[in-house]
Design a protein. Structure first.
Length: 431
């Protein structure tokens, strides 16, 4: 069969090929209902401390995006957002179990919370809270519905792709669509305007710039903002769920022209996410360019930078091993045994480029993007300054289990933190 080519949506986000392009996909739909996308964090919790200042809790939510959930929890507990810690962000559509910390909040206050579609369970008190990255990874249970095949044929298609992924040691560690916005994939556009210091453009890219799949009332309000409409009128028509857009526009209503201030109304992690999305799109392009250049994802080449693994198997992005002729054999063994990860650059103001063919791939991709190091120093919004780093180009797929019911297939698997289930699913589905 001819090689399968990704659609325009993937290509716009830098994912221009499939690792398993010679394998048929299942087709189908994900997230038809919340129960079709179940995510459970595997946490790295702080040690328990009796009487500690932080309440550590398990939070299970149905169709709640993490930032909006944190906003609601802080409101109900009468604390600032900065006193709510969490290990990882979760997309809205699905049932998610994640861990959060609440500073200066007692167990009784947590247990008294009553929020629709949210269950909060007190775990322990600790002397420190949670922050981004305090997790090993996530367990997933995902159902793909209405596939193009059914029964034994559907199972054979799914297993063939899964076997190919296992043979390589994982799938391309692309930043998935959640990084860019599932309903309106444009966070990288906001990030580009921020690093280019076009703050007015960044506000319009986020609060305006309607998506094709959004509700008509939302589209109308965004278009009204982009066309210079009266902000008070726009605020009166924006749906209540658009809390972040409302906050930004309320700031502009009080402080006309203060676009930096409007952006700074957003949570710190959201501001960082915009720039990270821009870096993520470039990373996706670099991974595809590596494959196009004939380099493998699971075999190091001269000039590569390999990330050593921590004791728990997670890549350590602070321990970089440059591959040369003297250590090639040792590093190749380290990678093949799962104790090393070939990396690609996340370009920022302190770039660590590879050498050899991979270095050429990275420098050429950065040159095509028009980005330069100084772009990533943003004194007006310090949260958006990014030194960059490196990221593993292959994500291990663990504990894969496949079950088929008619033309639906359910996948259960485990990923290390920072990996996207949708990047694996696109290999399986090819849609």
């Amino acid at each position: 069969m001819a090689l399968i080519v990704p659609g325009p949506g993937d290509r716009e986000l830098g994912m221009t090929l499939y690792l398993t392009a010679n394998r048929e996909g299942t087709g189908g739909r994900i997230k038809s209902q919340a129960e079709d996308f179940i995510v459970r964090e595997i946490p790295l919790l702080p040690a328990p401390k009796e009487g500690g200042r932080f309440a550590i809790c398990s939070v299970t939510a149905r169709n709640w995006e993490t930032n909006r959930l944190v906003r609601e929890l802080s409101r109900r507990l009468h604390i600032s957002r900065s006193r709510v810690g969490f290990a990882g962000t979760k997309d809205k559509r699905g049932i998610t179990t994640q861990y959060m910390s609440f500073e200066g909040v007692g167990a009784d206050e947590v247990k008294s919370l009553n929020i629709k579609d949210v269950q909060v369970e007190f775990v322990r008190t600790a002397s420190r809270g949670l922050s981004i990255g305090n997790l090993w990874g996530n367990d997933f249970e995902i159902t793909i519905r209405d596939c193009d095949a059914s029964g034994s044929r559907l199972e054979a298609i799914t297993r063939a792709v899964a076997d190919d992924i296992a043979a390589v040691g994982g799938f391309p560690n692309f930043f998935g669509v959640q990084r860019f916005g599932s309903l309106r994939p444009n966070t990288h556009v906001v990030g580009l305007r921020i690093v280019k210091k076009d703050f007015e453009g960044a506000v319009h890219a986020y609060a305006g710039n309607p998506g094709d799949s959004e509700e008509e009332s939302v589209r109308r309000a965004r278009l009204q903002f982009d066309s210079g409409g009266d902000i008070s009128d726009i605020l009166s028509t924006l749906p209540s769920v658009m809390t972040f857009e409302k906050t930004m526009l309320q700031h502009l209503e009080k402080h006309p022209g203060d676009y930096v201030g409007s952006l700074r109304c957003l949570p710190r992690n959201m501001l960082m996410m915009f720039v990270h999305a821009l870096q993520g799109k470039l990373f996706n392009e670099i991974v595809c360019a590596r494959l196009t250049a004939g380099l493998k994802l699971n075999v190091p080449s001269l000039g590569d930078i390999v990330l050593a693994a921590r004791e728990n198997g997670i890549p350590d992005r602070d321990r970089m091993i440059r591959v040369g002729s003297s250590n090639m054999e040792a590093v190749t063994g380290q990678v093949s045994s799962g104790f090393g990860f070939i990396s690609a650059i996340l370009f920022g103001w302190q770039p660590a480029f590879a050498e050899g063919v991979q270095g050429d791939v990275e420098r050429e991709a950065v040159a095509r993007s028009g980005l330069v190091e100084d772009d990533f120093v943003v004194p007006e919004i310090a949260e958006c300054t990014s030194s960059g780093s490196r990221r593993e180009i292959l994500s291990p797929l663990r504990n894969m289990d496949i079950s088929v019911d008619s033309n639906n297939v359910t996948l259960r698997f485990r990923l290390v933190k920072g990996s996207y289930a949708t990047s694996m699913l696109r290999e399986i589905m090819k849609s």
